[in-house]
Write a protein that binds this ligand. Structure first.
Ligand code: ZN
Length: 464
């Protein structure tokens, strides 16, 4: 008998807004002294009234749009009731039946066999906005085991992205999560950092008998009959643990089914020490939470024009950027993938290309191609925070061009540049430091990029 896993994901992402979701406290809580960033609203004190954070709403819509969701014209907040010490109000303000965004998708390139890459679509059920809870810390104080609560995180804007149960392999889950993280970072709405807890993953998994007649590419059909249970996994704070926890569950549930037992609906936590998942509680259903509309916050209305305005703010996303880099700069797929890994790296690369083009002399041998720049960025561990595009180009020139300029030639270049740019010389003498950089640029051009900017700067300074 063949079995296959059915996996869906819930991903929580803390938004990097200045203030919290419903009050003015700072949202950046990581590493801050416990309980220093709180107020009556985020502590849930009686009489405190929540006021929604406009930026957080906009960013959630922005993410929804980037994931090809439709934006609900009318959306509202709801109270989700449950008791836990990290939730002083006794309910969390979340969204139930009218999330900000729904019915989206994300395209993946996934490995369908050892040799073939295949495009797969994962459907996004919804993207909604809620507030984060406080944080429990289990510690030993004066030899006693205690649990401390830090409310700095309480009320931080939290986006929840829910997929349909469209995954059939652990690899696809991995590819999806990395891509989602990349898009969130491109949008600049969150660091989506798992170590800091600003991205949290909760996969749900069940196992079913593989349908014999189903052919491989058809796995992602909607309306499939799903198993009558699912196991939700918690305590996962790295991509690696997602893989391990899912692999463990696939084995555990498959063995149960093979023995004729039925796995039950429950929540299980990943225990890294044991290398196993451990039952935490029987999974509750939506009606257990007694959702009802948040009476203190009026529903939100989104006009088409507002969505369009936000849509225009979406930057070029990784897939489009990668495609453009391949056509515009002749990069192969691997290089384009690496260069567009982060938005910063992609922008740095394009700046380098610009600098290199400005230096072009028409001499093919001296040309620094986008491919060369990409190779440097990929293979030489260039830290783009520590080097400027022009400096990297300079390094490449130094490394690739053996021919250098004799001292007489350099002297001639310096004299010529000074003679040709008397206004800049005068500006520099009058204290304009920028004029010197302009002269350096001119001298770089005149020396065909064979002399480093630093050398030219020194010579020009001495000659002025
Ligand atoms: Zn507050």
């Amino acid at each position: 008998m063949k079995y296959e896993p059915i996996i869906g994901l819930e991903v929580h992402v803390e938004l990097a807004t200045m203030s919290k979701m419903f009050c003015g406290c700072p949202a950046d809580h990581f590493g801050k002294k416990p309980n220093t960033q709180t107020c009556p609203v985020c502590l849930g004190l009686p009489g405190a009234l929540p006021v929604p954070n406009k930026k957080a709403v906009e960013w959630t819509v922005l993410l929804g749009l980037a994931l090809h969701c439709s934006i609900n014209e009318v959306s509202k907040f709801d109270r989700k009731h449950y008791f836990y010490p990290d939730l002083p109000k006794g309910y969390q303000i979340s969204q139930y039946d009218m999330p900000l965004a729904k019915d989206g998708k994300l395209k993946l390139k996934a490995q369908s066999s050892k040799l073939k890459m295949e495009e797969k679509i994962v459907r996004i059920r919804r993207v909604h906005l809620e507030e984060d809870t406080g944080k429990l810390m289990h510690e030993t104080v004066n030899g006693e085991q205690v649990t401390l609560i830090d409310f700095n995180r309480s009320g931080v804007p939290l986006v929840e992205i829910v997929t349909e149960p469209d995954f059939r392999t652990v690899e696809d889950v991995d590819i999806f999560l990395k891509k989602l993280q990349q898009i969130i970072r491109y949008l600049g709405i969150s660091g989506a950092d798992m170590e800091k807890g600003s991205m949290r993953l909760e996969p749900s998994i069940s196992i079913q008998r593989q349908k014999e007649l189903r052919s491989q590419p058809d796995l992602y059909k909607s309306g499939e009959e799903l198993p009558a249970y699912r196991v939700e996994l918690k305590n996962i704070n790295s991509f690696r643990f997602v893989r391990k926890a899912l692999e463990y569950e696939i084995e555990r549930q498959t063995e149960m089914l093979a023995r004729g037992e039925k796995p039950i609906q429950q929540t299980r936590g990943w225990n890294e020490g044991k290398g196993a998942t451990v039952a935490q509680r029987e999974k509750e259903e939506a009606h257990d939470y007694r959702y009802f509309p948040e009476p203190d916050i009026p529903p939100m209305r989104f006009a088409q024009i507002q969505s369009s305005k936000l849509k225009a703010q979406i930057p070029e996303l990784p897939d489009e950027k990668k495609q453009r880099f391949m056509t515009a700069y002749g990069l192969n797929e691997y290089d384009a993938d690496m260069i567009t890994e982060t938005r910063e790296k992609a922008e740095f690369f394009e700046e380098c290309v610009k600098v290199a083009r400005a230096l072009e002399t028409g001499d093919k041998r001296q040309e620094i191609t986008p491919k060369t720049i990409a190779n440097w960025l990929i293979n030489r561990n260039i830290n783009i925070d520590e080097v400027l595009p022009a400096q990297l180009i300079e390094r490449i020139i130094k490394a690739t061009q053996v021919a250098s300029v004799s001292d007489e030639e350099l002297e001639k270049v310096i004299k010529q540049v000074l003679a040709d740019n008397q206004k800049a010389v005068l500006d520099y003498k009058n204290g304009k430091e920028q004029a010197l950089m302009f002269l350096v640029g001119q001298a770089m051009k005149a020396s065909k990029g064979k002399v480093s900017a630093e050398t030219l700067k020194q010579r020009l300074r001495a000659a002025v």
